[in-house]
Design a protein around this ligand. Structure first.
Ligand SMILES: *[C@@H]1O[C@H](CO)[C@@H](O)[C@H](O)[C@H]1NC(C)=O
Ligand SMILES: *[C@@H]1O[C@H](CO)[C@@H](O)[C@H](O)[C@H]1NC(C)=O
Ligand SMILES: *[C@@H]1O[C@H](CO)[C@@H](O)[C@H](O)[C@H]1NC(C)=O
Ligand SMILES: *[C@@H]1O[C@H](CO)[C@@H](O)[C@H](O)[C@H]1NC(C)=O
Ligand SMILES: *[C@@H]1O[C@H](CO)[C@@H](O)[C@H](O)[C@H]1NC(C)=O
Ligand SMILES: *[C@@H]1O[C@H](CO)[C@@H](O)[C@H](O)[C@H]1NC(C)=O
Ligand SMILES: *[C@@H]1O[C@H](CO)[C@@H](O)[C@H](O)[C@H]1NC(C)=O
Ligand SMILES: *[C@@H]1O[C@H](CO)[C@@H](O)[C@H](O)[C@H]1NC(C)=O
Ligand SMILES: *[C@@H]1O[C@H](CO)[C@@H](O)[C@H](O)[C@H]1NC(C)=O
Ligand SMILES: *[C@@H]1O[C@H](CO)[C@@H](O)[C@H](O)[C@H]1NC(C)=O
Ligand SMILES: *[C@@H]1O[C@H](CO)[C@@H](O)[C@H](O)[C@H]1NC(C)=O
Ligand SMILES: *[C@@H]1O[C@H](CO)[C@@H](O)[C@H](O)[C@H]1NC(C)=O
Length: 590
């Protein structure tokens, strides 16, 4: 799905001024302090992380990570951090349709679009290689983006098609000691090709390692250390059996022998009841002080909630310390909600980048957001063609177990609306799975609605409608009239709010959008998070606004105001809710 370019005022959160403290500046001069931190370090939908640490040049010991964005646009974010715990959005490597026009056609599947990137830095250039698939092409193709300025959207290259081995995903990019590039990718065995990064041409493929037998060998990353080539893999599938495994070889030659790590897996919480499940799809990097770190994807909630489909944030990014003495195998600490390690002493956000800082509240948006309604609703219909029309919606990630997301909807009276016109907020995983809390213009439902009516007879109704391919039964729509008393003003404003009620259900509220009324908000619906959880969790939950004519060929402009996302609390272990920003978590249930 492509988020509509017709949203005229993009909801890019306001930049926060950096409070970064100038820390030790050079690779040889980094100080660290052992302190604890909480996972996930990139909360909310941040799947398939890949990171690189850049000590040199203007970067001053900064770590950069990318994650999968599948059908979302802009895509392929880079997050930057100097303390490994405060991450700021630096840029999106895919930030204009012209860079990769095919992105328009990623639609309707949670595993369609661009995903499982590898991010590397070599000789002043950042390389981001990605797999691309949509519903029309059967086979994935790899695409490479480069930049010399990771803080500037405009500096990214167009996507370069890379010769792609048949039926493989998860491209790696490894620069050998001679500067040549090797691209490993998924399969059994994992295969590799030499890659010319300037043309996208590759050599014939050769086999690397078959993995440990857990199946679904994917997500490869190669490293060179102490005269060895190390190959890190994801195995066991992205669900509860997920793990990261390792092998090494003296050469990359086709006849090389890959010796499995005797203590595999490097990380996995499979078979445990850890709150952090599905740990795998890992990457490793060494910081400016010489310490090694691992990252991976993980799903919160423990195995029982996973089986109950309660994981609305999908796959999040976690950090764990790694010890890797010269010539020996690395040893990782297993992923937990609170961990401790020799973090760089510098704290706070980097100064560059488009922002915001991951996990912070959305700052005030003083202006209204105008969205021109799309014909198709967020599910779309058989006539929908993503190449020629869009879905009008703007989203942000759900990043917290507990949050308040609220927006003002500006209602026009029925004379300005056609039947079926709808604006609202959506709790969205993908086109197949979402819950829309709309205000829809319909003929009065009571009395005789079969007769043809004048447009002025339309009136606004709250309508909560779910679409879910994974959870049955999908609840019937709830349709409730907007109270007449709320519609007296010419520009009536209704405020909608989505808040988790507990660890497994959301509740949505409506109130008259008037700052100084203290009327209790009306509860519109309570619904299970299972509606929003997907198999393998390619994508994760989003919150946002949309406007549609529900198939009508007319259009209208919908106005939204006072967009607020307020973090409230993070659940990081059974019964452990960490309040965000001093909020009182006492009333939060788990
Ligand atoms: C390295 O750290 C020392 C002690 O903190 C400081 O005096 C020196 O200026 C630093 N050097 C550089 C190049 O930053
Ligand atoms: C890197 O850090 C040094 C020392 O703190 C500072 O002088 C320099 O301006 C920094 N460079 C950038 C690009 O931030
Ligand atoms: C590194 O970049 C510089 C400047 O672009 C170039 O002259 C040099 O050949 C590059 N080195 C390698 C190994 O690619
Ligand atoms: C790896 O798997 C391939 C394909 O299943 C098989 O032909 C090959 O013998 C395996 N190699 C090893 C070392 O097990
Ligand atoms: C592997 O192949 C290379 C040539 O590609 C050869 O020099 C080497 O002896 C071979 N090693 C083994 C163990 O067969
Ligand atoms: C915490 O509150 C401060 C001050 O209101 C705000 O600037 C900051 O963004 C908040 N942090 C989060 C995580 O919401
Ligand atoms: C969206 O439109 C389709 C096709 O008209 C319809 O089947 C579906 O119920 C609508 N609503 C939602 C929430 O998808
Ligand atoms: C969608 O529109 C494009 C551009 O007009 C066209 O090439 C394509 O065939 C259409 N797809 C379908 C399924 O109609
Ligand atoms: C709708 O708004 C128009 C213009 O603001 C006003 O003239 C009209 O009376 C309103 N209609 C109703 C039914 O409230
Ligand atoms: C509803 O309207 C139609 C068309 O005007 C009319 O034929 C029918 O009798 C009406 N039904 C009721 C129950 O009023
Ligand atoms: C919208 O326009 C298309 C193309 O002109 C037409 O096929 C379709 O029937 C129209 N839909 C409605 C609801 O009028
Ligand atoms: C969430 O919204 C409710 C209702 O407006 C409010 O009572 C509560 O304080 C909010 N929580 C936070 C953390 O802002």
């Amino acid at each position: 799905m492509i988020l509509s370019a017709r949203a005229l005022l993009a909801l890019v959160p306001l930049l926060r001024l950096s409070n970064a403290t100038p820390a030790t500046a050079t690779a040889s001069n980094v100080t660290t302090t052992t302190r604890s931190y909480n996972n996930p370090i990139l909360p909310g939908w941040h799947s398939d992380p890949s990171c690189v640490f850049v000590a040199e040049g203007p970067y001053n010991n900064t770590a950069f990570c990318t994650t999968s964005t599948f059908m979302a646009f802009p895509g392929n974010p880079l997050y930057a951090s100097r303390d490994l715990t405060t991450w700021k959005l630096a840029t999106h490597s895919l930030n204009s349709v012209a860079q990769f026009p095919e992105i328009r056609t990623a639609t309707n599947q949670q595993f369609a679009g661009m995903f499982a990137n590898t991010l590397r830095h070599q000789n002043g250039t950042f390389y981001l290689i990605s797999a691309w698939i949509n519903t029309a092409v059967e086979l994935p193709r790899f695409v490479l983006f480069t930049t010399t300025d990771p803080y500037d959207d405009a500096a990214w290259s167009n996507g370069l098609w890379v010769d792609t081995p048949t039926r493989t995903i998860d491209p790696d990019l490894f620069f050998d000691e001679d500067g040549s590039a090797v691209m490993a990718s998924s399969g059994n065995p994992i295969i590799a090709r030499r890659l010319d990064t300037s043309t996208g041409q590759t050599s014939e493929a050769w086999a690397l390692w078959n993995g440990t037998g857990a199946g679904s060998t994917e997500g490869p990353h190669l490293y060179r250390k102490d005269g060895w080539y190390y190959l890190l893999l994801a195995e066991g599938g992205t669900q509860l059996g997920h793990r990261a495994t390792l092998a090494r070889s003296r050469t990359l030659a086709p006849n090389a022998t890959w010796e499995p790590c005797p203590s595999n897996p490097l990380v996995s919480n499979s078979g445990t009841d850890s709150y952090f499940q599905t740990v795998g799809h890992a990457d490793l990097f060494q910081d400016g002080a010489g310490n090694w770190w691992g990252i991976a994807l993980s799903t919160r909630g423990g195995p029982e909630l996973y089986k109950d489909l309660i994981f609305p944030m999908g796959r999040e990014t976690v950090l764990y310390p790694v010890s890797w003495p010269a010539g020996e195998w690395p040893v990782a600490e297993q992923v937990r909600g609170t961990m401790s390690g020799p973090l760089p002493a510098s704290v706070g956000a980097v100064s560059g980048g488009v922002g915001p800082v991951v996990g912070e509240a959305d700052a005030n948006h003083p202006n209204a957001l105008r969205i021109t309604a799309s014909r198709a609703n967020l599910t779309a219909d058989a006539a929908f063609n993503a190449s020629t029309e869009g879905l009008s919606a703007v989203f942000r990630r759900q990043e917290h177990s507990y949050f308040n997301f609220s927006v003002d909807l500006h209602l026009a009276n029925g004379s300005d609306r056609s039947e079926g016109d709808e604006l609202g907020v959506s709790n969205f995983l993908n086109q197949d799975q979402h819950v829309d809390i709309g205000i829809v213009y319909l003929p009065p439902q009571e009395g005789n609605s079969t007769s043809k009516r004048a447009a002025t007879d339309l009136r606004p109704y709250f309508r909560v409608r779910a679409n879910s391919v994974r959870y049955a039964p999908v609840p019937e729509p709830i349709i409730t009239p907007v109270p007449s008393a709320w519609l007296k003003d010419e520009d009536a404003v209704v405020r909608l709010r989505i808040s988790p009620r507990n660890e497994s259900h959301y509740e949505v509220f409506a109130s008259q959008g008037d700052d100084d009324n203290d009327v209790e908000p009306m509860s519109l619906a309570v619904y299970t998070m299972a509606l929003l959880s997907g198999d393998g969790a390619g994508t994760g939950g989003l919150l946002g606004v949309y406007a549609t004519t529900n198939g009508g060929n007319q259009t209208f402009d919908a106005y939204f105001g006072r967009w607020r996302y307020e973090p409230v609390g993070q659940i990081i272990d059974y019964g452990v809710v960490v309040p965000v920003n001093g909020t009182n978590a006492a009333g939060l249930t788990r």
